[in-house]
Design a protein around this ligand. Structure first.
Ligand code: NAX
Length: 335
C-alpha cells in the first residue's frame, strides 16, 4: 500500500479545523488509496479542543488514518510535512487597524514559514486559509527561503465555489457543467469574480445571461451590481444568516484546492492564489488569484485570456490592494 502522507493543520482546534479533519481522514482530499498522518498545531489555549477532535477521530475508526500528533510547537508540527494547511490566524479585534492585524499575523506566519523551511518534506505544499490569506502566504513564503515559492498558495477556491453556486442559479444550469470561471486577485471584498470566458454545458455564459436578463447591457449590470458583490460579500452574508462565519464550505474548498493541486484538473481550470510570474500585469512575487490548471502536481496560470476594459479595471483594483498589503508588511519588516 502507499506510504502515508503527513498533513499539518494549524488552528486544528478551531471551527474550520474541525470540519477539515474528518474529511481528510476519510480520504476526501487525497483519495481512498492514500493513508494520512495528521499533525495538529494549536496555541496552548486551543490544545484541548484539538485533543477532543483527535478523540473523535479515533472514534471514527478511519482505516486511512495512521497517526495523529497534537502540539503547540511549530517545528514539531511541520516535521516531515508534505502538505500544510495554515488555518489558524489572528482575527481582527475591535479597534484593530490594518497595520496591527498584519503585524499580529506576521507574528504567526513568519515563524510558521521558518518552521516549514527547517522541518517540512522536500515536496511540501502549503495552502493558507487564515486571513488575510494572500498576504499571510506571502509572509510565510518570505520566511522559507529554501522552499520554492510556488509551493505557497492561498485559498480562493471558496470564492470560486461561491461564484459557481450563484451562476448555476442564474443560468439554470448545474455547477458541474460550468467551466472557465475565474476569481482574480485578493481573497477580500475587492476580488474579481469573472464569468467572461465561462461556459455552461458548452454554451457561453455571457450569452445565456444576456438571454435571461434581456440583452448584454442588462447582463453586464447584473454582473456588476448583483453577482460580483454577492460573491465578494458572501462571507458577510453567511455571518448575517448563520450567526457565525463560513466553516464547512471553507473546509470543503480547502479539500478541493489540495485535491486538485495533487491530483490535477482534468475538467479545466479553477482558481487559486499563487505567486505571480508577472502574468496579466500582476506584479511578480505577489500572491494573487488566477485562473489555474494543475499539471503534474504544479499550478500553472492559464495564459492569453482576453480581458476587456471592465475586467482590467477590476483586476487593477484588487491588485492595488495586494500591493498595499505587501508594502505594509514590508515596512513592518515581515518580508
Ligand atoms: P476559529 O477561531 O474557530 O479557529 C482558529 C483556530 O486557530 C483557533 O483554535 C486558534 O486557537 C488557532 N490559532 C490561532 N493562532 C494560532 C497559531 N499561531 N498557531 C496555531 N493555531 C492558532 O476560526 P475558523 O472559523 O476556523 O477560521 C480560521 C481562519 O480562516 C480565520 O482566519 C478566517 O478568517 C479564515 N477564513 C478564510 C476563508 C478563505 O476562504 N480563505 C473563508 C473562511 C474563513 O473566514
Amino acid at each position: 500500500s502507499n506510504a502515508p502522507v503527513t498533513i499539518t493543520i494549524t488552528g486544528a482546534g478551531g471551527q474550520i479545523g474541525y470540519a477539515l479533519l474528518f474529511r481528510i481522514a476519510s480520504g476526501a482530499m487525497l483519495g481512498p488509496e492514500t493513508p494520512v498522518r495528521l499533525n495538529l498545531l494549536e496555541i496552548p489555549q486551543g490544545l484541548k479542543s484539538a485533543e477532543g477532535a483527535a478523540l473523535e477521530l479515533q472514534d471514527s475508526a478511519f482505516p486511512l488514518l495512521t497517526h495523529v500528533e497534537i502540539t503547540d510547537d511549530a517545528n514539531a508540527a511541520f516535521e516531515g510535512a508534505n502538505i500544510a494547511l495554515l488555518v489558524g490566524a489572528r482575527p481582527r479585534g475591535p479597534g484593530m487597524e490594518r497595520g496591527d492585524l498584519l503585524a499580529a499575523n506576521g507574528g504567526i506566519f513568519g515563524p510558521q514559514g521558518a518552521a516549514i523551511n527547517a522541518a517540512a518534506a522536500d515536496d511540501i505544499r502549503v495552502a493558507v486559509v487564515g486571513n488575510p490569506a494572500n498576504t499571510n502566504a506571502l509572509i510565510a513564503a518570505a520566511n522559507a527561503p529554501d522552499v520554492p515559492r510556488d509551493r505557497f498558495t492561498a485559498l480562493t477556491r471558496l470564492d470560486h465555489n461561491r461564484a459557481l453556486g450563484q451562476l448555476a442559479v442564474a443560468v439554470e444550469g448545474s455547477v458541474g457543467d460550468i467551466r472557465g470561471l475565474t476569481i482574480w486577485g485578493n481573497h477580500s471584498a475587492t476580488q474579481f469574480p469573472d464569468v467572461e470566458h465561462a461556459t455552461v454545458a458548452g454554451d457561453s455564459v455571457p450569452a445565456r445571461l444576456a438571454e435571461r436578463f434581456g440583452g448584454p447591457d442588462a447582463a453586464r449590470r447584473w454582473l456588476a451590481d448583483e453577482f460580483i458583490p454577492r460573491v465578494a460579500g458572501r462571507g458577510a452574508e453567511i455571518i448575517e444568516v448563520r450567526g457565525s462565519s463560513s466553516v464547512a464550505s471553507a473546509a470543503s474548498a480547502t479539500i478541493d484546492h489540495v485535491r486538485d493541486w495533487v491530483g490535477g484538473t482534468p475538467d479545466g481550470w479553477t482558481s487559486a492564489a499563487i505567486v505571480s510570474d508577472g502574468s496579466y500585469g500582476v506584479p511578480e512575487g505577489l500572491i494573487s488569484s488566477f485562473p489555474v490548471e494543475s499539471v503534474d502536481g504544479s499550478w500553472r496560470i492559464v495564459r492569453d485570456l482576453e480581458l476587456d476594459a471592465f475586467a482590467r479595471g477590476r483586476l487593477a483594483t484588487t491588485v492595488a490592494e495586494l500591493e498595499d498589503e505587501r508594502d505594509a508588511v514590508r515596512s513592518l519588516g515581515l518580508i
